[in-house]
Structures are given as structure tokens and as C-alpha cells.
Design a binder for this molecule. Sequence first.
Ligand code: BES
Ligand code: MN
Ligand code: ZN
Length: 490
Amino acid sequence: MSITFKVSRSSSTTEAVGVVVASDGPVPSEIGLNRKQLSARGFDAKVGQTLVLHGLRGSRIVVAVGIGDPRKFGPTEARNTAAALARAVSKSTSVSTGLADAGSGNRAQIAQAVVEGFRLATHRYTDLKNDKSSASRIESVVLTASSKSAAAVHNGVARGTTVADAVCMARDLANMPPAYLTARMMAERAVAIGQATGLDVKVYDRDQLANMGCGGILGVNKGSTEPPRMVKLVYTPKSGAKLIKGRKGHVVLVGKGVMYDSGGISLKPSDPSHAVMKMDMSGAAAVLATMSTLAALNCKVQVTAYLMCTDNMPSGSALKLGDVLTMRNGKTVEIHNTDAEGRLILADGLSLAAESKPHAIIDIATLTGACIVALGEKVAGVLGNNDALVEQLRKASSRVDEPIWPLPLVKEYRKLLDSTVADMRNIGGPYGGSITAAVFLNEFVSDTPWAHLDIAGPMKVDGDDGWMQKGATAFGTRLLIDTVCNFTAV
Ligand code: BES
Ligand code: MN
Ligand code: ZN
């Protein structure tokens, strides 16, 4: 059940109301308590703080919602606060709140973030549960706004709904068990989603991939009984396409879609924690979700996407150590660890991306455990061959509150990938694993501006946290949407 939003001048007759309280100035009369009384109940109106007040207004649930200093109440604060309110009133079916018209920032952006906060904090993947009661009961949210703000709030609600739907879709895809989402099923879904959202979609099967010389994805797929799929999606702006360096702006996204990563013959230990390797397609899910929003958001650059989908399995036909693969761009790779499979499938996707000479390529992948060691579970790594592109991603990252941090693309580490028999091998030494992985990817982008997002850490959370819910996060979806919609020349 997803929440519907209404914009209204008054709070009407909802079961619950989230009353906005700033850390300074008068307390709204609906609260029925003064600041001292609120303080005595431990509520200081800090941003994101909530206090449920029962019965002060008949049977209606009144929740005090802190926004801190209104001048510092931007989209990030709005998203977090809306998420906190959603959690506080999750047992009510209808809620009204003035959060979308709070603070002094851009109304549309605040409203968008409020919608995201509500939707993302309440979304759960319940397809496979008989008891779906853990899900939030909220059905409708009334966003109260002054007549001056109403138009902007409406606009923000529309954008927030589009974006939140996309994030929830990507979360669902990543949370699905491997047998419920094979590469073929992912491709079928991409076709349906692409058709519903105005994209051109083309699916490539094993034979077509072989004809195209995509030795990376075929090599990784060798041990699997499930065939691979590559999905190409194209979004073309209807009107007003942005010109970049005299051409229609064009960005290519490449997503790692390893439907399940067993490690291949470099088998991962049989530890229950590896069930999350069903989420090794989180990059592809984020890219597909991003693509699904572009027409609705009226994105002004052309965006092409490649979803590189296969599982990584051991078997009698699996890729062996010492085998050499020839990638789409002709480079040869000696396999030294079949668990370093993500870079092999990305190699083909990046090669294809570079062939069309776009203004930028961005890949997103749950690529290395080393990135989790370096940056922890809340921050994704970003590397690339173009500082201006990395900078655009960092700006988008801070706007959408999906944290990323740069790691250096150390060219001298290229020699760690040297192979005796092929152009390179697929792993480096014991250190700097995220960097050597990116140095490997760099071999396939030629001189196209390129950035790589390593989302191994933030692909999941282990417990409900703000607007995130336990399980897959769809990290990168909002980051990519913001980046392509605001893309400028690099
Ligand atoms: N999908 C994994 C990386 C990963 C680990 C993602 C943990 C999310 C959580 C990737 O394919 C992998 O296995 N990487 C290896 C590379 C190594 C063999 C060079 C790793 O990080 O151990
Ligand atoms: Mn792996
Ligand atoms: Zn993997």
C-alpha cells in the first residue's frame, strides 16, 4: 500500500496531525502545551524529534514534530523529519502536517523531501510474508500549505512521488530472493517498466552478447544454468534537450546486475550473512529505477543505460582460474579470482558505453568488500578519471543525502594488474582493493569522462534507520536521478 498525498489549506479530519514546532518562537496552540511543559517531556523541538500527545484534542492523535532552526530546515532535514513523523504515526491511516510548508527553503524541494521521507520510511518488501501487518497503516497524508506555497508544494509532491516510487521499486528488486529475480526476469521487468515510462528498451541474450564480443558477462555466466541478459534502455528528452559542447547532452549509466554472487569457484563461505549477495544487482536496480523517472521529471539530457545481468555460480562449466576472457573492447583478462566478477561484466558495459562517445559515463556497483573496509556501511566510494564529474556527483550526493566520498584512481597501481599471459588480470594485490578495481574499470572507458560508484557498503541497512528500512536501501537511485537531471558539461 503506498501513501497518497493531498495538498490542502487546512488540516481537515485526519486521525493524526503532525504539528510543526521550531526550536525558537511560539509553540502552535494545537499542541496545548507551552515550551516549558514540552521540555519537561523531553521535547526540545530538535530537528526530527517527535512527541506523541494523546487526547489533547479529543480522540485525534497530536504529534509535536521538531524542525530545529527553520532557517536550517532544508530537504535533508525535511526528509528525516517526515520519516520520524511517519514512524510515530504508523498505526494511523490518515495524517496531516504542515511539514511541507515549514522552514524558509525552496517549497518544492522541501515538499519533495517530505514525500520521500514518508514513503521511504514506511515501505517494506512484504510480497513473501503472509502476515503483512508489520507494514505501516498510513494511507493518506494531507500536506497543509499556504495558498502562496500550494503550487510549489504540488510540484514537489509530484516529483517526490515519482522518485519515491522508483526507490521502492529498486528496494523491492534488491530484496527479492534470487529465484524470484533471475537475469531473465530482471530483463522482463525492465521491458515492462521501460514501456510504461517512455523508454526504448532492448534486451540482449547470450547469442547476441556472443556476437557482440561481450566476453566478460559471458565468462561470469559460464557456471550458471540461468542465461545472462543485458538490457539497454534509452531515454530521449521530448523537447528542450540541453546542448553540451554543441551536441545534445548524453550520459550513459552502467549497473552491475549480479543476481546472486556465490563467488563462482572462488566460492564464498557458506555463512548465512551471504544471503545479502542476492543484492549484488543493486547497481542495476538503481539504474533501472533512475531511468523510470526521467520522462516524468522532464530530464533534459539523453540517458542510456546498460543493465549487466547474470548470476555468478560454480559448476562443471564455470569459469576457472587462469582462464582468459576477451572483453567487448578487445582487451584480454586473466582470471585470478572468480569472485571479482563485477568488474568483468562492467567491462563489457563500459566498453559499449564508450563507443557512443557520450559526455559522461557513470557506473554503479556493489563492487568491493574493500570499500566497506575503507568507508564503512553508510558511505559509497566514488572514483573516476574526471574531477568535474566526480564533483557533480558529490554535489548531488549532498543534495539528496546519499553520502559518497572520493578515493583516488592511482594510475601506478595499474601494474598490480599485470598478467603474464593476458593484457591484465582481474585482481590486484591484498591492499587498496576498491582502487585496483576502479583502475581495472578504467581500461574500458577510453577517454570518456567517467565516474564509478562503489555501493557495497550502503546497499543495505541492518535495521530501520530514518527513511531507510531494514534490508536493501536502493542507495544511488536518488543520487543518479539528481545527477542526470542536473548534468552539465565536464
Ligand atoms: N559483490 C562482491 C562485493 C561485496 C561484498 C558487495 C560485500 C557487498 C557486500 C564482489 O563481487 C566481490 O566478491 N568482491 C571481492 C573482490 C575480491 C575477490 C578481489 C571482495 O570484495 O572480496
Ligand atoms: Mn564477487
Ligand atoms: Zn559481486
